[in-house]
Design a protein around this ligand. Structure first.
Ligand SMILES: NC(=O)c1ccc[n+]([C@@H]2O[C@H](COP(=O)([O-])OP(=O)(O)OC[C@H]3O[C@@H](n4cnc5c(N)ncnc54)[C@H](OP(=O)(O)O)[C@@H]3O)[C@@H](O)[C@H]2O)c1
Length: 330
């Protein structure tokens, strides 16, 4: 038997409830690779899948956990053998497929990435989907011309998972980082990650009044969307890019096209779920190289399977700081 966080749905009320249970290994879905999971983490999507589902979960009972790292136990695919260390993010694992909130997971070989050299399974999950996505965002900004020295790079939702890792990576790469947060008490934490400027959320979260403001930001990693993203577009420097990662502040975009037309601003979409394998290898390689491990450790909040119902609710309310690392055997 293995321990797992299982979400059930009441057929009558339609309400979901999550609890740690013992399940049989034979309950795991059929797929090529069985992984002894060591660590998982908590992302915004996990909050939805532990709780109300958000339209992401197809079938109950369900085991959430959109990412995990561990050791291959059995594989019918030649690319993996027992003992290999692996990491998984995306591919709708933890939503449409059973995920990482269990002591074992069974998944397709195509979905796995070998753990990059120099990273432990715990560190990989301190990075997790949020950090992997932050790296994809930084890579996209670089591919569109971002280099240090052109001015401050804005990170929105900075004390969250994506924002924390983006702040640490950008600062390490030599960028000046301006961190937007709605939690002033997190200033010390954000400065510790390398932010040199703290922008209060309310200052930048207003509806666009003028489509163009002063040219301020050389780039932006945006985890918030909504009115904040709309406002930021009008504050970008000429030719600069915004990597749109998240929707913590809303899915609407009440903006004008003026920043695109008069300032050649680029809005870059970032998706971590269906990223091609080659780009995943590139991003994990960059993470191992460009994310200072002591900064990563400062973001970690340790947890176990039993903490997940509480943490799932907290991340939906924007109350989780940095990166939760779930020891599934703890
Ligand atoms: N595109 C992809 O593939 C991908 C991958 C991973 C995540 N995401 C998305 O990226 C976003 C961030 O994910 P995460 O894991 O970093 O979540 P998180 O840890 O909850 O961080 C989100 C942060 O956004 C800020 N925030 C929350 N509610 C807000 C509001 N109403 N208005 C303005 N700011 C608000 C908060 O930062 P402060 O307290 O500092 O203000 C919060 O910590 C989510 O929307 C998630 O779904 C997308």
């Amino acid at each position: 038997m293995i321990r797992a966080l299982v979400v059930e749905k009441d057929a009558e009320t339609g309400k979901t409830s999550a609890a740690v249970r013992e399940i049989a290994e034979s309950d795991l879905p059929q797929a090529e690779v069985t992984v002894a999971v060591e660590y998982s983490t908590v992302n915004y999507k996990d909050g939805l899948c532990i709780g109300p589902g958000g339209g992401l979960v197809r079938k109950y009972p369900h085991v959430p956990g959109i990412d995990f790292a561990g050791t291959v136990e059995a594989s019918s695919d030649a690319r993996y053998k027992p003992g290999d260390k692996v990491v998984l993010t995306g591919w709708r694992v933890g939503e449409a497929h059973w995920g990482g909130y269990a002591q074992k997971a069974r998944v397709k070989a195509d979905w796995l990435v070998p753990l990059p050299e120099g990273l432990s399974t715990r560190q990989a999950m301190a990075v997790g989907t949020a950090g992997f996505t932050a790296m994809l965002a930084v890579m996209a900004l670089e591919d569109h011309g971002l280099v240090p020295g052109h001015g401050p790079v804005l990170v929105t939702g900075a004390a969250g998972g994506v924002g924390s890792v983006a702040t640490a990576i950008l600062a390490h790469l030599g960028h000046e980082v301006a961190a937007v947060t709605g939690r002033p008490e997190q200033e010390g934490y954000l400065r510790g990650l390398g932010a040199t400027q703290i922008v209060p959320r309310e200052e930048i979260n207003e509806t666009v009044k003028r489509p163009l403001e002063s040219e301020t930001w050389a780039g932006c990693v945006d985890a918030v969307g909504g009115t904040m993203l709309a406002r930021v577009l009008g504050q970008m420097k000429y030719g600069a890019s915004v990597a749109a990662v998240g929707l913590a502040g809303g899915a609407a975009l009440p903006a004008t096209v003026i920043p695109f037309l008069l300032r050649a601003v680029n809005l870059l979409g970032i998706d971590s779920v269906m990223q091609p394998h080659e780009n995943r290898l590139r991003a994990w390689g960059r993470i191992a190289r460009d994310l200072p491990m002591e900064k990563l450790e400062a973001m970690v909040v340790p947890a176990t399977l039993d903490d997940l119902p509480r943490l799932g609710a907290e991340i939906l309310k924007g109350q989780v700081r940095g990166r939760v690392v779930v020891d599934v055997n703890g």
